[in-house]
Design a protein around this ligand. Structure first.
Ligand SMILES: *Cc1c(COP(=O)(O)O)cnc(C)c1O
Length: 494
């Protein structure tokens, strides 16, 4: 299987795609074609466990990895790191509505599903293609990616990891998770700006010639743990395949029966993995793309115009506070039937004017596959409250956005098919927003007292990794202007 850039023809192996993270032309690596799951393979996937499913799907995409390498990577990623042997359990909250809980890993957000695996894939790939160079992982995070990447890469030989986060754009718990990270190869830095500034700063540094020389002199090269790296996407395809297998196995779905998927969306990586699963033969009918008030994606689905020239809002679902949705580029590539010139043109327009419009034929295709919707903070909190009261289910704000949009889609269309909703974070990561939503008016000032209150009220347990932060020391207090990001990197690596 070969990979190419979304912006020009340049064929690479999966190891090269993962080791580099992003293509030379600024485009994203995409597979040349999609492997198909045949009936016999499907049979085995349905009866297999999560690790077996992961190994199978990985082997389809990473054809230049040996079976032993894939086995080793998957075993290391999913052994002893998640709550139990079911890293991605399905919980039916009401008829035909299943929450796919993706937050049972060490940092309590869905990013763990991919980022526990990525360091192993990346070091294996780098050993094949980077002739002994050290991989420097640069991360821009809206909150959850940063911690998940730090946890995955901490003390991994042959790697350094540097994380930038918007200093006022993440929750208190997210910030504490990052600033207390241990490991002798980690650096964490706040920026006085929002996530888009952090992300475009990182993108600029990636393609900066002087910075490349600086790294080359030190026998280092950049790579990315953001969802632009194809190594993040493959592990995410696995849990959609796995959800389908579980639905069939438990009799909730007949083999081949179409179902819908609803995803709280920011950078479009999670929902794109579901699209890739469909391309492999998983019978997904509608992709319900849920945004918060930064509704750039749901507007795009409604109108065909992607326009980032708009007010940026900080919301209670901060991991979706994004106006430049990187992985949409891979979706455009599919919609354009692999015409890289078309994609390059839209990306150029996005860069120069902050917007682009797709033609009506392409929009029709998009709308056949996708339903979009958004909700504000008040509606998000109302959804959390209703789920808690009626279903005794405690959802985090990101998940609640998807539940809200999904339920409105069902009402509006009458489409009551089985729906899998991606549940992307533990509610304990966002206690400050969740507590008032379930009727608690007087919040304690202390973040840990909030966790205890949430535990008492919901009769659930505080996730151990969050409880442990109480006694953790802040090791990374640094914060800089966006223009100073490159200097911070030089200082860190010098
Ligand atoms: C990252 C994140 C999202 C958005 O996922 P994308 O792949 O960027 O669309 C949603 N919810 C949570 C909790 C996240 O951490």
């Amino acid at each position: 299987m070969r990979y190419t850039s979304t912006r020009s023809r340049c064929f690479v192996t999966s190891a090269q795609a993962i080791a580099r993270g992003i293509a030379e032309d600024g485009g994203l690596f995409v597979p040349e074609s999609f492997p198909q799951i045949d009936d016999a393979a499907m049979e085995k996937l349905i009866s297999g466990d999560y690790k077996f499913r992961a190994k199978t799907i990985l082997s389809y995409y990473l054809t230049d990895f040996t079976t032993e390498e894939i086995d080793r990577c998957v075993e290391a990623a999913y052994t002893g790191t998640f709550d139990d042997d079911t890293p991605a359990p399905l919980v039916e909250v009401k008829k035909n509505l299943h929450l796919l809980e993706l937050w049972h890993g060490p940092t309590c957000a869905f990013k763990d599903m991919a980022l526990q695996l990525l360091p192993h894939l990346l070091t294996t790939a780098a050993a094949k293609v980077n002739d002994g160079k050290k991989s420097v992982i640069l991360v821009a995070t809206s909150g959850d990616t940063g911690k998940a990447a730090l946890d995955g890469f901490a003390d991994v030989p042959g790697t350094e990891i540097i994380v930038f986060y918007p200093q006022n754009g993440v929750s208190a718990m997210q910030k504490l998770q990052m600033t207390t990270q241990r490991g002798n190869n980690v650096a964490v830095c706040g920026i006085a700006g929002n996530f888009d500034q952090a992300q475009s700063g990182v993108k600029t540094i990636f393609s900066d010639g002087a910075m490349k020389d600086f790294l080359a002199q030190r026998k280092m090269c950049f790579s990315s743990a953001n969802s632009i790296n194809f190594g993040r996407l493959v592990p995410q395809i696995v849990y959609y395949v796995s959800a389908y297998c579980d639905l069939v196995k438990t009799g909730k779905l007949r083999r081949g029966e179409p179902f819908n998927v609803a995803v709280p969306t920011g950078n479009f990586g999670n929902i794109l993995a579901a699209v890739y699963a469909k391309k492999m033969g998983i019978p997904i009918k509608k992709f319900i793309c849920a945004s918060n008030r930064n509704a750039v994606l749901s507007d795009f689905i409604a109108t065909g115009t992607y326009d980032r020239n708009r007010e940026f809002f900080l919301t209670i679902s901060p991991s979706m506070d994004i106006l430049i949705s990187s992985n949409l580029e891979r979706m455009l590539y599919l919609l354009a039937d692999g015409d890289e010139k078309v994609v390059a043109e839209y990306m150029a327009q996005l860069k120069s004017q902050g917007k682009y419009t797709i033609p009506s034929a392409m929009l029709a295709k998009l709308q056949t596959l996708f339903a979009g919707g958004f909700c504000d903070d008040a509606a998000t909190q109302a959804t959390i409250g209703k789920l808690f009261q009626e279903q005794h289910y405690l959802a985090d704000p990101h998940t609640a956005v998807a539940v809200n949009v999904c339920e409105r889609y069902r009402k509006a269309t009458g489409d009551e098919s089985v729906c899998v909703i991606a549940s992307t974070a533990s509610p304990y990561k966002f206690a400050q927003a969740v507590l008032p939503a379930i009727g608690e008016k007087n919040l304690p000032a202390d973040g840990f007292a909030m966790l205890e209150m949430l535990a008492a009220k919901s009769h659930t347990a505080i996730p151990a990794p969050l409880a442990a932060l109480r006694d953790a020391e802040v090791l990374h207090p640094a914060s800089v202007d966006p223009a100073e990001m490159a200097n911070f990197i030089r200082k860190t690596l010098a």
